[in-house]
Ligand binder design. Sequence first.
Ligand SMILES: [Ca+2]
Length: 198
Amino acid sequence: MGRVRGLRLVLCLLLLTHCAHQQAPEKKKGAKKESTNAAIEELKKQIEGIVFDLNLLKEQQSLQSMCLRGTKVPGKCFLAEPVKKTFHAASDDCVAKGGSLGTPVNGDENDMLHAYVRQSVGPDEPVWLGVNDMVTEGQWLDQSGSDVRFKNWETEITTQPDGGRSQNCATLSTTANGKWFDESCRAERASVCEFNIV
Ligand SMILES: [Ca+2]
């Protein structure tokens, strides 16, 4: 009996040491796994950073190509879209390109836009402006919903805007020297997108 007990004890001890030996490499493995995970996380972060920078560069590059294809004025670039579309379609397309419908904010910009449209779209093609009075008749807003401070309505020959509730979108006329006319937003016109640059 005594021998059997002794043997059992030895067996138990052997088992224990065996288990202890087994656990040691497990722990090491665990530590190794943790450091590998940390390295992977670090790499993931770095890749995310690189992707972010890459997208930023792509945006800058596409902005630059818009500016190269179009024309630069202080603070923004204009890029003409000669394909005629409704106001909403033209506006959506500008937004999809990262810009908005061209909206001159002073006489100089209006002159530059006028000259650019004549040369890139044609000498007698009107273009949509990012200006409308859809919400409240007579209250002309830009694409960000702010009141338009600079306006350039044609008032010498006609009395623009004269379309009332049936004409809620503004165009810049190339034949009338860059003066503005209100038109039905459903009319199809060429357009110009503008992109802000720093
Ligand atoms: Ca109107």
